[in-house]
Design a protein around this ligand. Structure first.
Ligand SMILES: [Zn+2]
Length: 265
């Protein structure tokens, strides 16, 4: 009985990736059997938008987002961004993403990234959609751009690993912090301290499948089946029950996406 109270959502998983092509249906069945019932699938490139749209028709438990990921921008992205608004409307997007800024040394030129992030923030504003934010070494710049763009519909900071102060600033702006497999690593002391101090309203759970394997599973493909392990780890760190964590994550998600579950409340 208690178990059925615990329903999980993976708020960031790339289930459209080719890595899942041979196992997608079985994986979705296994997730449902384990009470992992909803999935937010963000897209990364223009090339992936159509596949994400088509798969979402097959898997009604998916919610989708469209966007141009900063790390995968290329010469034609300039044309593709013009099609983003229509794609979101036609494909029933719940958010724009994943978009943002990636200041990793081998990523695209910073000014080019800022241009695309700004353009996609404008579209989010026009459509009044939240964003799925990918930000690496760029939280302060991303926050400033979000604020300058007067983006008020919030979003999710994917794989949040910033400071408590940055966490607070995102939450004040209507963002949720995506907590994933990073916290399962014993050496992730800074992340542990931050998630221990987050307010209840701040977080949702994610795996970033097929990437970001959990501690003990390095080298293996990550899947949404691992979302309960993230929840157990977070429960342990916060000294709460896993039921409380799952329930709170669901409540938080509903604040951002009131229509998410339809009739299933
Ligand atoms: Zn991602």
């Amino acid at each position: 009985m208690l178990y059925s109270l615990r329903m999980y959502v993976d708020t960031h998983c790339h289930l459209d990736f080719a890595a899942f092509d041979s196992s997608r249906s079985e994986l979705m069945s296994a997730c449902l059997e384990n009470n992992i019932r909803h999935f937010l699938v963000p897209s990364t490139t223009y090339e992936s938008w159509q596949k994400v749209t088509q798969l979402a028709l097959i898997y009604p438990m998916w919610r989708v987002a469209f966007g141009l990921h900063p790390y995968f921008l290329h010469s034609e992205s300039i044309m593709n961004v013009e099609k983003l608004g229509d794609t979101c409307e036609q494909g029933g997007a719940v958010a724009i993403g994943e978009i943002g800024l990636d200041f990793w040394p081998d990523a695209m030129d910073v000014e080019v990234q800022k241009h695309f992030f700004g353009a996609q923030l404008s579209i989010a504003r026009e459509l009044n959609l939240p964003i799925i934010l990918h930000a690496r070494k760029s939280y302060d710049v991303a926050l400033k751009m979000i604020s300058d763009a007067n983006h008020t519909s919030g979003g999710i900071v994917h794989a949040f690993n910033g400071s408590l102060e940055q966490a607070k600033r995102f939450v004040e702006r209507g963002f949720l912090l995506g907590i994933g497999g990073t916290i399962t690593y014993p050496r992730a002391k800074k992340a542990h301290r931050v998630v221990q101090q987050l307010e209840d309203q701040a977080y949702v759970l994610e795996t970033d499948s097929p990437d970001m394997p959990l501690h003990g599973f390095q080298g293996q493909m990550n899947t949404p089946l691992n979302i309960p392990k993230v929840a157990f780890c977070l429960a342990d760190l916060r000294g709460q029950s896993v039921n409380d964590i799952a329930k709170q994550a669901k409540t938080n998600l509903l604040r951002l996406f009131p229509e998410w579950y339809g009739d299933e409340r």
